[in-house]
Design a protein around this ligand. Structure first.
Ligand code: ATP
Length: 363
């Protein structure tokens, strides 16, 4: 087992494109780290650098106390699971799992022990003679996992391993991967652009944007206290409502908070932090909305409303905001009618405040 440390890691591709612009973080021994971010943010590049499939043009990557920058992929003691599984179609499940070990000239009895053990853990025992085309997508994904497990590597690397599966299977496999990792306690780095997958899998979540780390930490902490408006809108679905506020509105709404003094900013409220109520909440905020659309998904309902000009800050002066769309999430299937006017209120402790450029969390 091993920790993985990245120190000021950089990647400039041939042609001069800077895909990774100086990244630092550590994945502790046995931890599950998820790299998440929009398409093109550099997460696959970073994972491939840890794997040794991409050269490192700056900084250091350290696996288990050894700097691996100049070490060949096969010598890094890692195993990678890809989204296309990369199984050999003409080989049986057994031979797919055994292949890498045979290449390393491991004795057959030892190979057999490892393959049987992996097959038992992954419930592939009855399928060892089948070819990949005789398996379902989820079973193929398990074989790809099995091939990583038998190597007994220090680190597992996953590159969007579930993206070829349908929604139901994705959820089932997500749970399986997490259970497996808890059981094997192998340090893991997992790339996805799916924020829900990221939230549910990660011990440590790295949110990336434009070749940089936007925020790093425990997923729930990131959800509760996003460091920037990028993180606030990327983590959580539907995304946090963000509304620009003028300096005087901020002074009124965040009275007594010295950090919020003097400048314009952006107010954030998560859809689930509103309640529909005619009452106001002292110190909180109230938005008068016209209901434009409703989505009922059973256990909860999403209300899409247009905000009226006035924002009823409960402090002295009601502020003025440009009208805009606000999403409110309420439990259950009860909902107002389209065109109805409602008041959505949120308490003070659920309000997020960011700088006007969205780069800094103020409160
Ligand atoms: P996705 O979720 O779409 O896979 P990603 O976050 O994994 O995206 P990367 O594949 O790491 O992103 O790519 C990061 C950036 O580097 C992109 O802008 C991409 O176009 C660029 N890039 C990737 N590979 C190369 C290459 N071989 N040469 C030049 N630029 C590249």
């Amino acid at each position: 087992m091993a920790n993985v440390v990245l120190r000021d890691v950089r990647k400039t591709y041939a042609g001069g494109f800077e895909a990774i612009k100086g990244i630092d973080f550590e994945v502790g021994d046995g931890q599950f780290c998820v790299l998440v971010g929009p398409s093109g943010c550099g997460k696959s590049t970073l994972l491939r650098m840890v794997a040794g499939l991409e050269t490192i043009t700056g900084g250091e990557i350290d696996i288990g106390g050894r700097i691996v920058n100049a070490i060949e992929p096969a010598e890094r003691d890692i195993a990678m699971v890809f989204q296309n599984y990369a199984l050999y179609p003409h080989m049986s499940v057994y031979n797919n799992m055994a292949y890498g070990l045979r290449n390393r000239r491991m004795p057959e009895p030892e190979i057999d022990t490892r393959v049987q053990e992996a097959a038992r853990i992954l419930e592939l025992g009855t399928m060892l003679d089948r070819k990949p085309r005789q398996l379902s997508g989820g079973q193929r994904q398990r074989v790809a996992m099995g091939r990583a497990i038998v190597r007994q590597p220090k680190v597992f690397l996953f590159d969007e391993p579930l993206s070829n599966l349908d929604a139901k299977l994705r959820i089932a496999m997500r749970v399986e991967i997490r259970k497996l990792q808890r059981r094997l306690k192998t340090t893991s780095i997992y790339v996805t652009h799916d924020q829900l997958e990221a939230m549910t899998l990660a011990d440590i979540l790295v949110v990336m944007n434009g070749g940089r780390v936007e925020q790093i930490g425990n997923p729930l902490q990131i959800y509760q206290k996003p460091a920037t408006t990028f993180v606030a809108s990327f983590i959580g679905a539907p995304p946090m409502n963000l509304m620009p506020l003028r300096a005087d509105e901020i002074r009124t709404q965040f009275a007594g908070d010295s950090r919020a003094a003097g400048e314009a900013g952006i107010l954030g409220i998560r859809p689930e932090d509103f309640v529909i109520s005619s009452e106001t909440i002292a110190g909180g905020i109230a938005l008068d909305l016209t209901v434009e659309a409703i989505e009922r998904v059973g256990a909860e309902t999403f209300i899409y409303g247009t905000r009226q000009l006035e924002i009823q800050g409960i402090a002295a002066n009601p502020g003025e905001l440009p009208p805009g769309e606000v999403i409110v999430r309420i439990p259950g299937a009860v909902a107002p009618a389209i065109g109805e006017r409602i008041r959505a209120v949120a308490p003070r402790e659920k309000l997020h405040l960011f700088s006007a450029d969205g780069r800094t969390r103020i409160d």
